[in-house]
Design a protein around this ligand. Structure first.
Ligand code: GUN
Length: 295
């Protein structure tokens, strides 16, 4: 940490190092298959990073690029083929899919044992039931960042804002798994400011710039900002910049620790995907999960 700013890039780099070390000690080479449909520029950037870091960690990267006009049947056939390929340990279907495709149906097809995004019903069920399984990457990244600051999270009050399937709900369950007392706030929560002010760990995951103000945050609290919002900024060449859900400058003056956007939670998502790929490879092949990948 630099002052009270949580360096997500550095924490992610350390996790990738642990992944690479774990991979080097395995008798097998884990492999991750990425399915990218269409040419959405942001998805292209994400997928390029995922592929680069997969290889950097010593794993095999398989790419399946499908045209934006591909049919539902053809996407589903790709997933079925990857499910039945014994060489494939992890399957990631980059979201969002083009509008004519049913993403839920595609995700539902992924073999849960290869579900490195942790998005299938089975993975969600395993998380809810407290069974071993592959956990969603962004919420796992939030837990790792909070632990990096606070160590043991037992008994801490964690307030997650936002009840999305991708982040809010699984984040609440993952912080509960760490023995936090968890509140899950959302758009209908009454007196949300006071609830947030009682948080030791505040995890906004809404997608609304500057929603969380400094006076919503208890002095010394840890703020893990999951929001990624593009806002106008005429001082930039691009005319825009990325911000989180937190009114950052004022809140940073109050918080004990806070993630910046970009450079906070974002880099952790890919690092957790790599970790999940190793965990999936070990579980599928009857190998013990490397202890160095414990969170
Ligand atoms: N698109 C943006 N973030 C993600 C992610 O974490 N997983 C998938 N599958 N698609 C994404």
């Amino acid at each position: 940490m630099d002052g009270n700013i949580i360096d997500g890039k550095a924490v992610a780099a350390r996790l990738r190092k642990r992944v690479a070390h774990a991979v080097s000690a395995l008798p097998i080479q884990p492999s991750l298959a990425v399915v990218l449909v269409g040419d959405d520029p942001a998805s292209q950037v994400y997928v390029r990073s995922k592929i680069k870091f997969t290889k950097q960690c010593g794993m095999r990267s398989l790419e399946h690029r499908l045209p934006a006009t591909v049919s539902q049947d053809d996407v589903e056939e790709t997933v079925r083929t990857l499910n039945s390929d014994p060489e494939v340990d992890g399957i990631l279907v980059q979201l969002p899919l083009p509008g004519h495709l049913d993403s839920d149906a595609v995700i539902a097809l992924i073999d849960p044992d290869k579900d490195v995004d942790g998005l299938t019903e089975t993975s969600a069920g395993r998380l809810l039931l407290g069974q071993p399984g592959l956990r969603p990457c962004t919420p796992t990244g939030c837990v790792i960042l909070a632990k990096d600051v606070l160590g043991d999270l037992s008994g801490k009050h964690c307030v997650v804002i936002g009840r999305s399937i991708l982040v809010g709900k699984p984040a609440a369950l993952l912080f509960l798994e760490q023995n936090c007392t968890v509140s899950l706030a959302h758009s209908r929560t009454e007196n949300i400011e006071a609830l947030c002010r009682s948080a030791d760990i505040l995890v906004p995951a809404v997608g609304r710039p500057n929603m969380v103000k400094a006076d919503w945050v208890k002095a010394g609290a840890t703020v893990i900002d999951v929001g990624i919002n593009r806002v106008d900024d005429s001082s930039r060449k691009s005319g825009t910049r990325l911000v989180g859900d937190v009114d950052y400058d004022d809140t940073a003056a109050v918080a004990g620790a806070i993630t910046p956007v970009p450079g906070g939670v974002g880099p952790m998502t890919i690092a957790c995907l790599l970790r999940n790929t190793v965990l999936a490879a070990c579980a599928r092949r009857g190998l013990r999960a490397p202890e160095e990948l414990d969170i």
